[in-house]
Design a protein around this ligand. Structure first.
Ligand SMILES: Nc1ncnc2c1ncn2[C@@H]1O[C@H](COP(=O)(O)OP(=O)(O)O)[C@@H](O)[C@H]1O
Ligand SMILES: [Mg+2]
Length: 333
């Protein structure tokens, strides 16, 4: 992160003399905490490595925030702070910047430890879908082309394979797991509503001492999608145990929170399928990046993306093996 350019961008909001400090553990944007006039603010540079159109992302996020600000129950997002020229974002030579009000006091919780935390996390993301149900983004381009779409990533994998000569045993094994499950792409392909698009626990701010979400953040990937992509990503990221498998009690708690808040009553089969879809999709993305020479996901050593792919595929297999248990847990929830 480059402090000088953050200080320069800050001038679009405040007079000089304010020092930004790095904030949080986000992997995508540059995020800075700014204190000014006794208040906390969060300054962000929207990643132009991940988003092809950062200004388009900033505009859509502003639209989502305005939509949610008009008194919708059950979900809170931080307020955007307009620049001195009255804009919800600011573009300069270094990129596209925006400013949030800091949600304070609050904490991020990673990983989730209790069923109460999981239920609250599920409820927050479910309520987000319900609150954006009347915000139709179906005519907008995806924030990242093909994002969350297994079919799209399978096509990219196939193209990459044509020009790749890497054929060691581990790659072949991963490919065999993927090839036997290509039909998952069609199972959850139909897009029907606005989704958050990045349902990770670190995109929730919790009350400092209660097990309760106070705000949903990181709205850059809000898009037209399938409800199950959000639920699946939440389960995949929040209910996977360190050892590799899925924690069934956390899965049930996430479903208990998410479904009623989202206003959904899907078939238990789709609930069990959702995390598998997302785990397979991510496995495909990591494997593709490994084959393409680690262009998208940063690695600290060669082979790291292959290892990440293998972890996601192992999780997909575990979820598959536990299909009956998960369905039963979803029914009981
Ligand atoms: N409005 C806010 N109030 C308090 N903390 C915030 C706020 N916005 C972001 N953060 C902190 O910064 C981190 C990164 O922000 P996020 O928008 O998730 O960026 P990224 O896309 O890089 O993940 C969050 O996980 C959180 O810890
Ligand atoms: Mg984030």
């Amino acid at each position: 992160m480059n402090r000088e350019r953050a200080v320069r961008a800050l001038g679009a909001w405040f007079d000089g003399g304010v020092q930004p400090e790095p904030l949080g553990a986000g992997h995508i944007n540059d995020t800075w905490l700014v204190r000014h006039g006794g208040r906390g603010y969060v300054l962000q540079r929207i990643s132009d490595a991940v988003f092809p159109d950062p200004a388009g992302v900033a505009a859509r996020v502003a639209e989502v925030v305005a939509h949610l600000a008009s008194g919708r129950a059950g979900v809170a997002v931080p307020a955007l702070v307009a620049s001195r020229s009255g804009q919800p974002w600011h573009r300069d030579a270094s990129g596209v910047w925006r400013m949030w009000r800091q949600v304070t006091p609050s904490r991020t919780l990673e990983p989730l430890r209790t069923a109460a935390q999981a239920e609250s996390a599920g409820r927050a993301f479910g309520a987000f879908q319900a609150a954006t149900a009347d915000l139709d983004l179906s005519a907008r381009p995806d924030p990242i082309p093909g994002f969350l779409q297994l079919g799209h990533y399978l096509e990219t994998l196939d193209r990459t394979l044509e020009s790749s000569e890497m054929a060691d045993g581990a790659v072949a094994e991963a490919l065999a797991v993927i090839d036997a499950r290509r039909d998952l792409a069609a199972a959850l392909a139909g897009r029907d509503r606005t989704i958050h698009g990045d349902c990770k626990v670190d995109n929730l701010l919790f009350h400092p001492d209660r097990e309760e979400v106070v705000a949903v953040i990181d709205l850059d990937t809000v898009m037209h999608g399938h409800w199950a992509w959000d639920f699946g990503d939440l389960v995949r990221s929040a209910a996977a145990r360190a050892g590799g498998g899925v924690d069934v009690a956390l899965f049930a708690a996430l479903a208990r929170g998410f479904l009623p808040a989202a206003g959904l009553d899907p078939h238990p089969e789709d609930l069990a399928l959702a995390p598998r879809y997302v785990a397979l999709m991510l496995g495909v993305r990591f494997l593709t990046d490994h084959l393409a020479g680690d262009r998208y996901f940063k690695v600290s050593a060669p082979g790291e993306n292959l290892a990440r792919a293998r972890r996601q595929l192992a999780l997909a297999l575990d979820l598959e093996a536990r299909e009956t248990t998960l369905r039963a847990a979803a029914r009981r929830r």
